[in-house]
Design a binder for this molecule. Structure first.
Ligand SMILES: NC(=O)c1ccc[n+]([C@@H]2O[C@H](COP(=O)([O-])OP(=O)(O)OC[C@H]3O[C@@H](n4cnc5c(N)ncnc54)[C@H](O)[C@@H]3O)[C@@H](O)[C@H]2O)c1
Length: 376
């Protein structure tokens, strides 16, 4: 997709980039990697409504000032170039608008917002503040997926016909997810935005747009499974779509509550497979480390080529994504991966799927101006 980076951000080279990190929860542990041991940045402020989180994270940045809200940060007069916004999705819009109002560039965690109206308000605020909002998509920086894209673009697989994704969320293994993080995810689910399809699934929809361009029709069957009384997880889910290019995509989400999966992070067993007229290529994992297979395999002319030496630690995608952003602030050239426009395309794709599911699986064009308005 052609990406438009409309807001030119150029932080002068003669000093470190002054950064505030807003939201110090679970994903902070990976987002911080681009900043750690980086002389080119100075983390000057930390913001979280939880005093315990502020105390915990202050040990990483003893010189940073801490605040309990973005309002306090704005009032403080601390001089800042850019903000890393790692707030819960429902707090993205308010947080981003305040940062833009203070004149700061923003690197925002995905999903941009729960609905199109909120995403459009972020776009308008960035326009009027003439500041850059990036909606980070770390999967586009995961080396096996980057290599998959190179293989697709090189046309060695021949004309591409299908894109298959599989995602199994397992209940055992992985890192600890704090109770309050879960509680915020459950609130999202009660708003009709599931943890698997919308929150984590955002990345999978992104890879489809990144690899194969705009989508003209999506059909979905989004299910639910009650895992605790009153807590419904959005699986089993099946989504199918067609790109404008003619490539078809299929993605299924499964919940395996009692399955153990080795992982340093979330227990998510993921696969990506692209099939062309001459062969196929597949990425065997990302977040989890369940399968001890090479992270990328390519089948062509009766032979399988296996990639054993790619950096396939999911954390690397955060480090690389963050470093890309910091580099972009110095020299704003090339794609942001993603900008607000691309994030809105991902949101449209998700809203189209929700609408399709609520209407019995009918085909929905995500480019329709009111996509999502006929769904939940
Ligand atoms: N890129 C990825 O792979 C990935 C993975 C996980 C989460 N995420 C995204 O990262 C974001 C944060 O997720 P998380 O898992 O770290 O959530 P979390 O709930 O663990 O952390 C959010 C933090 O924000 C604080 N907070 C909440 N409201 C606040 C407010 N109004 N002002 C100041 N602080 C506030 C909370 O105290 C908490 O410490 C979400 O958008 C989520 O979708 C992305």
């Amino acid at each position: 997709m052609a990406e438009t980076a409309r807001h030119v951000a150029r932080v002068p080279d003669d000093r470190p980039i002054r950064v505030a990190i807003v939201g110090l929860g679970r994903i902070y542990d990976l987002n911080k990697l681009a900043y750690v041991d980086n002389d080119d940045v100075d983390v000057v402020a930390l913001v979280d409504s939880s005093a315990a989180r502020r105390d915990q994270r202050q040990t990483d940045w003893p010189g940073a000032r801490t605040f309990s809200s973005v309002d306090e940060l704005v009032k403080s007069g601390v001089v800042i170039d850019a903000v890393e916004v790692l707030l819960p999705i429902v707090a993205h819009e308010v947080g981003v608008l305040k940062c833009l109002g203070a004149g700061w560039h923003v690197n925002l965690q995905k999903p941009i917002a729960n609905d199109l109206a909120g995403a459009e308000r972020i776009r308008e605020a960035a326009d009027s503040a003439d500041r850059c909002v990036r909606v980070m998509e770390n999967y586009l920086f995961y080396p096996p997926l980057q290599r998959l894209k190179e293989i697709v673009d090189s046309r060695q697989l021949g004309e591409i016909s299908t894109y298959h994704m599989k995602m199994v969320a397992s209940g055992l293994g992985g890192w600890e997810v704090p109770g309050d993080t879960y509680e915020r995810q459950f609130e999202q689910m009660r708003r009709g935005r599931g943890a698997l399809f919308f929150d984590d699934g955002w990345h999978k929809l992104s890879t489809a747009l990144w690899l194969f361009g705009p989508v003209r029709e999506v059909r979905a069957w989004i299910g639910t499974t009650e895992v605790f009384p009153g807590i419904d997880i959005d699986a089993p889910t099946t989504v199918a779509w067609e790109h404008v290019s003619g490539v078809r995509g299929v993605w299924d989400i499964t919940l395996a509550v009692d399955m153990f999966l080795r992982s340093d992070y979330y227990t998510n067993d993921e696969r990506w497979e692209v099939t062309g007229r001459r062969g196929f290529a597949r990425v065997n994992r990302c977040t989890g480390r369940g399968l001890q297979q090479p992270s990328l395999e390519v089948y062509l002319d009766g032979e399988m080529r296996s990639f054993h030496a790619l950096d396939d630690d999911w954390a690397s995608s955060f480090l690389r994504s963050g470093r890309h952003w910091l580099g972009w602030l110095r020299a704003p050239e090339g794609p942001l991966n993603w900008g607000v426009e691309e994030a809105i395309d991902v949101l449209r794709f998700a809203l189209g799927a929700y609408e399709s599911s609520s209407r019995g699986g009918v085909g929905v064009d995500p480019r329709r101006s009111d996509v999502g308005s006929r769904g939940p």
